[in-house]
Write a protein that binds this ligand. Structure first.
Ligand SMILES: Nc1ncnc2c1ncn2[C@@H]1O[C@H](COP(=O)(O)OP(=O)(O)O)[C@@H](O)[C@H]1O
Ligand SMILES: [Mg+2]
Length: 344
């Protein structure tokens, strides 16, 4: 899942970056539940785009000057503050560049536009965008502002939990031909950007980052691959090959975490701490059954926006070796011997 999202995002950033015509760039929205790795996946894709883009520009860029700020900022990432208002969003974006905050909203917006242009930003990532409570007047203004940011020749990537039900897509419709979400132009008068009224509509792709799926062979393979990757990185003295990927372990891990990558990570980390402390030095379903999942510091998450996933409770560990889930051997081609020669 995350590979698909990352590939799509990298492709979109690269394609848009080499468009030099004026006009809006198709944006991207990454949708998924809390702790499913949205931030990590998007930042990873953005970072690899930034590497590539800096490489392309190496000959043109001024060298680094200690004590000064970066002039060239191809990728800007920011998180929407809880209870975001347009001013707060502008300030968060300006903080990426370390620019000062003007006082009035109009000046802030102008400063954001100038900063994005002057720093040659081609990708603007706004994380946790579903923190907007769209019934408030401020939020509607923020939303209009976000849409207008698309007119700045920047690829806008919006990341959030349950975007379709957040009100963010209000007034947008799906183009049946391209399956993209289309925002009609902002009504004149409300717009912060005079040019916006002459722009055509803004288009977004909405991609879902789902948890692992344990109901299809492809889903199980992906989950097992992920577990194998984790197992490779664990350094427990008594770990063994297939510690996480064989027997009842994969299914148990799936039931404990519902396939949510962040919960799985916490469970394994806490399990390892326990295994090291008590000297067992390996992960077993029994040990994990004693480990509860702690999400750690939640201060920077917004439960109201669904950023904290529900953790499955009271998941029974698999029964001891009672059920061998091995498939019986296929006996169709067995030679049972001593068959009479063909009749007649
Ligand atoms: N592909 C991955 N492999 C391993 N761990 C991951 C992966 N993606 C995310 N994580 C971990 O999952 C946790 C939650 O990820 P995060 O990106 O913050 O989720 P979200 O933004 O969807 O709430 C983090 O601890 C992160 O390191
Ligand atoms: Mg996040």
């Amino acid at each position: 899942m995350s590979v698909r999202v990352a590939d799509l995002m990298r492709g979109r950033l690269q394609n848009n970056a080499v468009k030099f015509m004026p006009g809006t760039r198709d944006g991207l929205m990454v949708n998924g539940g809390g702790f499913q790795g949205k931030t990590e996946t998007a930042c990873d894709a953005a970072a690899s785009f930034e590497d590539l883009w800096r490489d392309v520009h190496r000959q043109l860029l001024p060298g680094q000057t200690p004590g000064t700020r970066d002039l060239f900022v191809p990728v800007a990432y920011c998180r929407l503050p809880v209870r975001a208002a347009p001013k707060a969003l502008c300030k968060t974006i300006l903080d990426v560049y370390g620019d000062p905050h003007p006082n009035t909203l109009d000046d802030l917006i102008r400063a954001v536009r100038d900063a994005i242009r002057d720093h040659n930003t081609t990708a603007l990532l706004i994380d946790d965008v579903t923190r907007l409570r769209l019934h408030r007047e401020d939020d509607q203004d923020t939303l209009d502002l976000i849409r207008e940011l698309m007119d700045l020749n920047v690829t806008l990537v919006l990341i959030g939990v349950d975007i379709p039900r957040s009100g963010l897509l209000r007034s947008a419709y799906v183009d049946p031909r391209t399956k993209q979400w289309v925002f009609p132009e902002v009504k004149q008068g409300r717009s912060h950007n005079d040019a916006a009224s002459t722009q055509t509509e803004r288009r977004f792709d909405l991609v879902d980052l789902d948890p692992f799926d344990y109901s299809t062979p492809a889903g199980i393979t992906a989950f097992l691959d992920h577990l194998a990757g984790i197992e490779d990185q664990l350094r427990l003295f008594r770990s063994f090959e297939g510690m996480l990927t064989t027997g009842a372990m994969p299914e148990y891990l799936f039931r404990r975490t519902r396939g949510i990558v962040g919960l799985l990570r916490r469970l394994i980390e806490d399990g390892c701490t326990e295994a090291i402390t008590n000297g067992e030095e390996q992960l077993t379903p029994e040990l994990l059954a004693r480990t509860s999942i702690h999400l750690g510091d939640l201060a920077d998450l917004d439960p109201d926006a669904g950023e904290i996933p529900e953790i499955p409770q009271n998941v029974r560990p698999p029964q001891e070796k009672k059920t061998s889930r091995k498939k019986p051997r296929n006996t169709v081609f067995d030679d049972h011997g001593e068959r009479p020669a063909a009749d007649g």
